[in-house]
Design a protein around this ligand. Structure first.
Ligand code: NAD
Length: 499
């Protein structure tokens, strides 16, 4: 990759000629269908990849089932599995630049963001390599010395992993790393919108020594192959990250088999700013974090802080500064080092933003900036959308309640702490929230009162592989990362031994 020009000569299209991996063989799809992968910065076709048929999907599950039932991977010593995870982490770092280019071309995010993603994926593999090496099995005292009672953890079995398009490699790695560590076999289904980094990464898994049949890879839309994966008696666990409607459909589809399903869904995340966090010493940092919190990756982040809830006494000045800085964000191709933000992932996504803006204006929200594609002719072929700020919003508006998944910030105002808390919880989602205040007691009351899976106090957007991630309410029902993220891939067995 040429850092100065954004020349993408490192992108090797031949890697994407065979994109289904079933039972250790890279094969074409039986459907005969392909789908174009588009660079959202330019609208050009990067490559066309095969689309799996439902039969391909069933074959991938069957391969994962046969590999699990043969038993060698689940029975492989944990230390050996962890060594494979460590090798994966090494290869990610060796190929960081190449993978970052692929991720940027496929998603539109900046190269700086893609590089952070690859580092984060590396950390997840390192974390589970260490965690899984320490047994969480335990002895239980049952009050009878003749009995040895043990609680042990075993791999859950065949896992289906379905991922979204916003953090393609990162989101699927939160599933692959603990599943490999636990001894599971799996079928990966990246989003049809952004499959490329997962294909490249699956080659690295093979190189790191993951045995044939442990990881199987499919491409295709959920509408075509989804039910072959989720309504399938050979699957023990479906781990899904994506939208609420899809997650709810998957839960219903898997129900007849009583298949365990974990869903990680959307968010409508409040960022609450008290007046004391917008004083002389705190104003700049608060504005910066509200801006980054909502406009990072053009707002296509499940935990984006899309709802600014700001104390009335400072709101006008605070919002003016947000608008000023939003207008200064440099937009351009993710491969250009000068770009601070890239395009949306697709023109479909840009059309959705236009529809949201139209509704919000009709509902009476005050458009302060953005609300449309940029007028710069150099960006005309990409799916760009300007950072957008709506002031004077209220809870009844769709723009305040629905996840836009794009660069749109809404502003609501409050006068009391109780009102701030009520507004912060006034959403069917519960993924993440931020609070900014210099009063530690109020901060503690707020972080405990907010019904969200992650709450940041005087910070926004950070996470670590060692701490659980997941949603309250309609943001989901599972946890990824941390010890709970490993236990999702394990069955718990009690062994009572009185011999
Ligand atoms: P989506 O629900 O449209 O698609 C997600 C995945 O599900 C894709 O791979 C898609 O092909 C597949 N799919 C669609 N229908 C299916 C079906 N019937 N059966 C099986 N699979 C099916 O979501 P998206 O637009 O790709 O991603 C955006 C959503 O993801 C947002 O709501 C965002 O908040 C959410 N998200 C959540 C988290 C989190 O950690 N909670 C992280 C990232 C993204």
């Amino acid at each position: 990759m040429n850092q100065q020009t954004g020349n993408d000569t490192d992108f090797d299209p031949t890697l994407f000629e065979r994109v289904l991996l079933i039972g250790g063989q890279w094969i074409p799809a039986t459907s005969g269908e392909t789908r174009d992968c588009i660079d959202p910065a330019t609208g050009r076709v990067l490559v066309s990849v095969d689309e799996a048929s439902p039969d391909d999907a069933r074959a991938a599950v069957a391969a994962a089932r046969a590999t699990f039932d043969r038993g060698d991977w689940p029975a492989t010593a944990v230390a050996e599995r962890c060594a494979v995870l460590d090798r994966v982490a090494d290869l990610l770092q060796r190929d960081k630049e190449r993978l970052s280019v692929i991720e940027t071309l496929d998603t539109g995010k900046t190269l700086a963001e893609s590089r952070i993603d690859i580092d984060d994926v590396t950390s997840v593999f390192r974390y589970y390599a260490q965690l899984a090496a320490v047994s969480s099995d335990r002895l239980v005292d049952v009050g009878n010395p003749a009995v040895i009672s043990r609680v042990v953890h075993e791999p859950i079995g065949v896992c289906v992993m379905i991922a979204p398009w916003n953090y393609p490699l990162l989101q699927i790695s939160w599933k692959i790393a603990p599943a490999l560590a636990a001894g599971c076999t799996m079928v990966l289904k990246p989003s049809e919108v952004t499959p490329l980094s997962t294909i490249a990464f699956t080659h690295l898994l093979e190189e790191a020594g993951v045995p044939d049949g442990v990881v199987n890879l499919l491409q295709g839309s959920g509408a075509t192959i989804g039910s072959a994966l989720t309504d399938n008696a050979d699957v023990d666990f479906v781990s899904f990250t994506g939208g609420l409607a899809t997650g709810s459909a998957i839960l219903a589809s898997a129900a007849p088999h009583v298949t365990k399903v974990a869903v990680e869904l959307g968010g409508k995340n409040p960022h609450i700013v008290f007046a004391d966090a917008a004083g002389e010493d705190t104003f700049d940092a608060s504005v910066d974090q509200v801006l980054t919190g909502v406009f990072l990756h053009s707002g296509q982040v499940c935990s984006a802080g899309t709802r600014l809830i700001v104390e009335d006494s400072v709101a006008d000045r605070f919002v003016d500064e947000i608008v000023r800085r939003a207008e200064a964000i440099r937009m351009g191709p993710g491969t250009d080092p000068a770009s601070e933000t890239g395009p949306l992932v697709s023109t479909t996504q840009r059309d959705k933003m236009e529809a949201f803006v139209e509704t919000a204006v009709a509902e009476g929200a005050v458009l302060r900036t953005g609300g449309r594609a940029p007028s710069d002719p150099a960006l005309a072929d990409g799916s760009y959308f300007l950072p957008t700020v709506f002031d004077h919003c209220s809870r009844e508006m769709d723009i305040v309640q629905l996840e836009t998944f794009g660069p749109i910030l809404t502003v609501e105002r409050f006068t009391t702490e109780a009102e701030a808390l009520r507004l912060g919880n006034d959403t069917e989602y519960g993924l993440a929230a931020g609070v900014r205040t210099t009063d530690p007691e109020r901060g503690e009351r707020m972080v405990r009162g907010l019904r969200h899976g992650t709450v940041w106090l005087n910070d926004f957007g950070y996470y670590t592989a060692a701490a659980e991630w997941g949603g309250f309410k309609k943001s989901g029902n599972g946890r990824e990362l941390g010890p709970a993220g490993l236990h999702e891939y394990q069955e718990t067995k009690h062994i009572w031994n009185n011999t």
